[in-house]
Design a protein around this ligand. Structure first.
Ligand SMILES: Nc1ncnc2c1ncn2[C@@H]1O[C@H](COP(=O)(O)OP(=O)(O)OP(=O)(O)O)[C@@H](O)[C@H]1O
Ligand SMILES: [Mg+2]
Length: 360
């Protein structure tokens, strides 16, 4: 069912995205990136690809760390332990392989990683997975959903382990997801010669918002699954844009209420609330610049050029603000998908983000 509001796990519930799923399944490079705005369907596409690949997979959704200021190794160890437990039911021999790693214990179907002195590092875990896969003639897929959240790890850097695995562990295949700017520039630092992953070829799979035509088709087919007449796409697309997540949420309400206006009203109210909450999370640790970030979002609600943002901030504060500061504010907002660059302009990444920040 297209309008099921949870991330999809099977292809029949996922509209379109055939090419993207096939690109992930082709495993053309040791590491693939799934790039997209919030609610573009990144988790869904990854989960469908993992289930169709059928290889043992280790899936970590780092979104759970979004509200945290920083992450300790302990948190990663717990998430990794949970993720490593998942494939054990189908691949019981994997438990033996994991047990041989110092700092890993396996009890029944539960994997636990030591995080203190005797901790198991990510590279050790990956090596053990690779050795097991080699023996079994398998491949192991390691998926780090919203991987850029891991840049908040304190006292531990996952990049060297990822680069080591990329170069040496040929039975491991990585799928990382995130926003283009946040994942590639901020986390993997692919442009930076000092980054462990610099110069590696990474397959990129981009999840674009639906076009108006696709949105219309998605709504029509989704409604058909419930035997409900489809809504007028102009009204829906005009308000929500092409975000698969908002369209799904709307569809879910619409097939119950059968009232376009009411379903739109509730979708907008839910979306605006969620976006504001996500913005609060973003501001954690950035309190000193909070007023500036809010001001930039208000100024950019109808799109704004860099120079307009600078002038606007200066007018509000009655003093000059240096260029690097303006650039930093905008860059962080783009990295976290609140804003998007369109040529010279900075625009809200979707119409509901604009609405969440429009001055009242
Ligand atoms: N192609 C699609 N067909 C049907 N439903 C979709 C599609 N893409 C996304 N969805 C729905 O949209 C919502 C968001 O999808 P998903 O959680 O996979 O996206 P995401 O990019 O991982 O989002 P987030 O940024 O919140 O992690 C879910 O309700 C999902 O079911
Ligand atoms: Mg997700």
């Amino acid at each position: 069912m297209y309008f099921d509001p949870r991330p999809k796990r099977s292809r029949e519930d996922l509209y379109d995205r055939e090419a993207e799923i096939e690109a992930l399944k082709a495993m053309r490079a040791p590491m693939s990136l799934v790039l997209g705005l919030r609610r573009a369907g990144k988790s869904s596409v990854i989960l469908v690809a993992l289930s169709e690949l059928g290889h043992p997979s280790v899936y970590v959704d780092a979104r759970e760390f979004e509200g945290e200021l920083y992450i300790a190794y302990k948190d990663l160890a717990r998430a990794l332990g949970d993720a490593l437990s998942a494939p054990l039911r189908r691949f019981p021999k994997l438990a033996e392989a994991l047990r041989t790693v110092r700092g890993i214990s396996v009890a029944g179907l539960r994997v636990e990683l030591e995080w203190g002195r005797e901790r198991a590092g990510l590279a050790d875990v990956l090596k053990a997975l690779d050795r097991w896969a080699e023996r079994e003639g398998e491949k192991v897929v390691v998926a780090l959903d919203e991987a850029q959240e891991l840049s908040k790890l304190r006292g531990y850097d996952v990049l060297p382990a990822l680069a080591y695995a990329y170069d040496n562990l040929k039975n491991i295949y990585f799928i990382l997801s995130g926003s283009a700017a946040g994942l590639m520039d901020r986390f993997l630092k692919l442009q930076d010669p000092r980054s462990p992953l610099y110069g590696r070829y990474l397959e990129r799979v981009e999840l674009k918002p639906f076009s108006k035509e696709k949105a219309a088709d998605f709504l029509a087919r989704g409604c058909e699954q419930y035997g409900v007449d489809p809504p007028d796409v102009d009204a829906v697309y005009g308000t929500l844009g092409g975000s698969p997540g908002w369209l799904t949420y709307f569809g879910h309400l619409y097939v119950q209420l059968k009232d376009v206006e009411e379903a739109l009203r509730r979708t907008v109210s839910y979306a605006v609330g969620l976006i504001r909450q996500e913005f609060e999370n973003f501001l954690r640790g950035r309190e000193a610049a909070e007023r500036r970030y809010r001001a930039v979002m208000e100024m950019a609600a109808g799109c704004a050029a860099w120079s307009e943002v600078k002038r606007g901030l200066e007018a509000r504060e009655g003093r000059t603000i240096n260029d690097a500061e303006v650039t930093k504010l905008l860059r962080n907002l783009v990295d976290y998908s609140f804003l998007e660059r369109r040529g010279d302009l900075y625009c809200p990444a979707d119409p509901l983000i604009a609405r969440a920040f429009r001055p009242r």
